[in-house]
Design a protein around this ligand. Structure first.
Ligand code: SF4
Ligand code: SF4
Ligand code: SF4
Length: 254
């Protein structure tokens, strides 16, 4: 197709939900001001939130959600064999997300508590890359619509995809927010990848790290800050394990 002098092929894209709330897929459909332009880039092959039609030929698969059942493992494996590019879409897919809280308790007890009269088949929650190869990760609970649009334009035009390496604090400071550490709260902004425009801290809610570790993470300095301020170790552990996004750092103690 032709647009503004450039010629490009629409991306054949399919979106699939696994264990999740589907909030990330909704992000793509709820910004009406850019939706028409956005869809000019895409040939939607399967996307439950957008169309009831389903086609099995696609180049890009967006995978939303974590993996918590055997039938999901099989479905994901089939999608992987079909897709040229598989994208872990949102925090559940990238890290396990809030569903991973289930893994903190014995599986049998969880099932008995939540489904006392209805036995269900359920596994420990896994991120997508624990099951199949992931080509690209888009972080966030939910994903940031502008960031998704930018990444998909990069893919359409064959440009390099780049994500912010710096932490949420950079965006938060640009917005001139009062730091929540000054109000006695633990905020994971200093160690979390930016790209959400500090949406939580701007609303006076501490960052829980849904976008995972920033590439410039300095965990020792962050722990020192918590110690210096005499903030709660329990609070730190609860926050850093909430989305399972800091798996590699959970043995750290403030
Ligand atoms: S990452 Fe958050 S918004 Fe997206 S599917 Fe998971 S729980 Fe929902
Ligand atoms: S509120 Fe959080 S994100 Fe904002 S500057 Fe303070 S630590 Fe950083
Ligand atoms: S402020 Fe933190 S928890 Fe909130 S959206 Fe951004 S990265 Fe996620």
């Amino acid at each position: 197709m032709k647009k503004q002098g450039f010629t490009f092929e629409k991306l054949k894209i399919a979106s699939f939900d696994f264990t999740c709330c589907e909030g990330c897929q909704l992000q793509l459909t709820n910004k009406e001001s850019t939706l028409t332009d956005f869809f000019e880039l895409l040939d939607i092959r399967t996307f439950r939130e957008i169309s009831s039609e389903k086609y099995d030929d696609y180049d890009i698969a967006l995978i939303e959600g974590s993996i918590s059942r055997q039938d999901e493992v099989e479905r994901l494996t089939t999608i992987r064999s079909q897709a040229k590019t598989l994208i872990a879409f949102g925090t559940c897919a990238c890290f396990g997300g809030v569903n991973s809280l289930k893994n903190k308790f014995p599986l049998k007890e969880v099932v008995a508590e939540v489904y006392p009269d209805m036995p269900v088949e359920t596994l420990l929650v896994r991120k997508v890359s624990d099951v199949v190869k992931v080509d690209l990760s888009i972080h966030g609970c939910p994903v940031n619509k502008e960031e998704v649009e930018r990444i998909l334009v990069n893919l359409v035009t064959g440009s390099q995809v780049s994500l912010p390496k710096y932490p949420v604090c950079v965006e938060c400071k640009e917005l001139l927010n009062t730091c929540l550490f000054e109000l006695g709260e633990i905020c994971l902004g200093p160690i979390t990848r930016a790209g959400c425009n500090a949406v939580c801290t701007t609303g006076k809610t501490p960052c829980l790290g849904c976008r995972g570790p920033s590439e410039e993470i300095n965990m020792p300095a962050f722990l020192e800050l918590i110690k210096e301020r005499k903030l709660s170790q329990n609070d730190f552990q609860e926050k850093i394990t909430f989305y399972n996004a800091f798996e590699a750092f959970t043995s750290y103690e403030a």
